[in-house]
Design a protein around this ligand. Structure first.
Ligand code: PLP
Length: 386
């Protein structure tokens, strides 16, 4: 029996283990010097001014929605093709979620359909947009920014799938996912299946100093000791809780793991690209397999390698029988029982619903061996020969 092959997994090496152990022996377990170092190095990696480390990306999304001032009844537009947290952060703040259908090639939110939604209501109806660089395909954030500006809306980029991805803007300049140039706040996850693993963990990036201050403020209970912000000052011990915040801190030993992982991030991306090219070449002559869309002017981070096939359930079951744990990303959010209570129903978003019927994510992670990938390819081909 061979070892089952998952669709994604972390890679932990001796340097990672050494970094964690060193921090465990230090004076700090929760927020200490490693958090600062991780934040600074991560901000530099994605090209943003500020980064705020938190205990997971769901918390980062909640902090982002809070910092941007989402209030009960605020209407926000979200892509349906994502993990639930991208929309839930709006609900945590009492906001209402409107889903916008995706593009049938990139599977990202379709900006033409976003414009249709906006044009159908008076200006000011919607407060903001949450987009996702789905599977690692980077959004053209410049286009979304200008549409958001036209309608006075904020923009959250959920970049959990896309650290290291980039697109070219209208001046031909490379713009990295999460660099803070176009989105107000971008979000990353360090869950084990993502590019960088800290166990649980997340990051919010921004170029806006006021949003940065708010993200830090809400991360630690809305408490401040900054003398310039205090309403009065009783002495050295004195602090004020000025807003209702949370405890969303990351531990210092997790940050040490993050710093160590970050050093290999580019290597991991190159490996993901090589795996994608090999899948592309293997499947391009099978007419029943639709391989991921490729454009020349982007760098795809390949968190996921997704194919579309006519008989998805058949292929899923066949691969699982052969110890290949392919996955489906994702069940569209508007069809979740929770989101149906707001009036969402099948037929609302035809492109994402059709995509969901056919999509399958094949194993894609940097430590996938050539031998394992060849086995996956062989089994997929075998299914189509039968
Ligand atoms: C993983 C993921 C999240 C949530 O990340 P956690 O760190 O597990 O909270 C949010 N959005 C997207 C697109 C994700 O893939």
């Amino acid at each position: 029996m061979r070892k089952p092959i998952p669709y994604g997994r972390q890679s932990i090496n001796d340097d990672d283990i050494k970094a964690v152990v060193e921090t465990l022996k230090s004076d700090y377990l929760t927020q200490g010097p490693k958090i600062k170092e991780f934040e600074e190095k991560f901000a530099k990696y994605v090209g943003a001014k500020y980064a705020v480390a938190v205990n997971n990306a769901t918390s980062a999304l909640h902090l982002a929605a809070t910092a941007l001032g989402v209030k009960p009844g605020d209407k926000v537009i979200v892509t349906p093709m994502t993990f639930a947290a991208s929309a839930n952060c709006i609900r945590y703040c009492g906001g209402d979620v409107t889903f916008c259908d995706i593009d049938e090639e990139t599977y990202l939110m379709d900006i033409k359909k976003l414009r249709d939604i906006l044009e159908a209501s008076p200006k000011g109806t919607y407060k903001g947009v949450v987009i996702v660089d789905f599977a690692g395909y980077p959004h053209n954030l410049e286009e979304f920014r200008s549409l958001c500006d036209e309608y006075g809306m904020w923009l959250i980029e959920d970049a959990c799938h896309a650290p290291g991805a980039w697109f070219r803007d209208s001046h031909g300049k490379i713009q990295q996912s999460g660099n803070g140039v176009f989105a107000d706040i971008s979000i990353f996850s360090f869950h084990p299946v993502k590019h960088i693993a800290t166990g649980e963990g997340g990051m919010a990036t921004t170029n806006n100093p006021e949003l940065y201050r708010k993200l830090c403020h809400y991360r630690t209970h809305g408490i401040t000791k900054d003398p310039s912000l205090l309403q009065k000052n009783d002495g050295g011990w004195y602090y004020e809780m000025q807003d209702l915040g949370f405890n969303y801190r990351l531990t210092d030993f997790q940050a040490a793991l993050g710093v160590s992982q970050l050093e290999r991030a580019d290597k991991g991306l190159e490996r993901r690209q090589a795996i994608a090219r090999k899948y592309d070449a293997a499947f391009s002559d099978i007419k029943d397999i639709k391989i991921p869309f490729r454009a020349d002017d982007i760098y795809h981070a390949f968190h996921l390698y997704i194919i579309q096939v006519p008989d998805r359930k058949g292929l899923y079951d066949f691969l699982h029988e052969n110890d290949i744990y392919a996955q489906v990303h994702y069940v569209p959010l508007h069809l979740m029982p929770y989101y149906r209570q707001f009036g969402n129903k099948p037929g609302d978003l035809p492109v994402v619903e059709k995509y969901y019927e056919h999509c399958l994510s094949l194993p894609m992670f940097p430590t996938l061996t050539d031998e394992e990938q060849e086995y996956v390819i062989e089994k997929v081909k075998e299914f189509f020969r039968e």
